[in-house]
Design a protein around this ligand. Sequence first.
Ligand code: SF4
Length: 259
Amino acid sequence: MAPLPSPRQQLLTDVSIAIDPAAVLLTLNRGRRIDRLNADMAAAVTTARRLIRPAAAMAWVRVTSVTAETVTLDSMEAGSRHAVSLNIGPHADLMAAAVIALISVGTIGDDLDAAVRELNHKGELLQAYLLDSAGVVALSEVGRAVREQAEAEASRRNWGVSPSLGPGTLDGWPLTGQRGLWGFLESDGPAGAAAIGITLGENGVLTPHKSATGLIGLGAAYRSRRVGSVCGFCQLRHTCWRRRNSSRAADGPPAIADP
Ligand code: SF4
């Protein structure tokens, strides 16, 4: 049985966030420059950098079985065991090569969303929109930091990695699927999600709002050394402004970081 990394649960609190105002604007405008908004976007990014509190809680688990739509995860350790079968939908095969997996929940805190609400309340809709967009990119940067952890662990084992899968984005895995992942993330106080201020409500919604859970598989049979995105299999692919390449393969390199 492959050993899990130690410690099994970890926090990421020193997350470097890169937000390029020009790149955010280009993506928002589907690759076309919109120079009259440069100053507004730069101001929004400056504000975002002041307001974000990037952090992530992570948990390593074993992948004990993958069937047509179900992945079974197990964090068995001496004296403690937590096992869950998750119905992640018809793309469960993306986890078929996984021996272990990294579960995560990342956040940028609530201060940015509070500022967006305030701007909306004052009728400053453009500034609210640009600040919110900078926050979305900041959250994707937290996701990048998590992916790098998975890639580093896979590299140590000479393994590859799956794409990054998330409830509420992967086709067939509803947002309520977060509850199955949550059980692994809250089980240890000091390194659990609550330690960085993230909670999961009865309604299955994370607080702060700009938080996201994810699942990445690691195994010798994966060919990719980089965690790709699942834009092609994403429930949001027809509306997501961060999706730039509609033909990108599920295990190809991400053009834009996943949540
Ligand atoms: S970037 Fe891709 S995977 Fe992420 S929400 Fe947008 S379409 Fe979905």
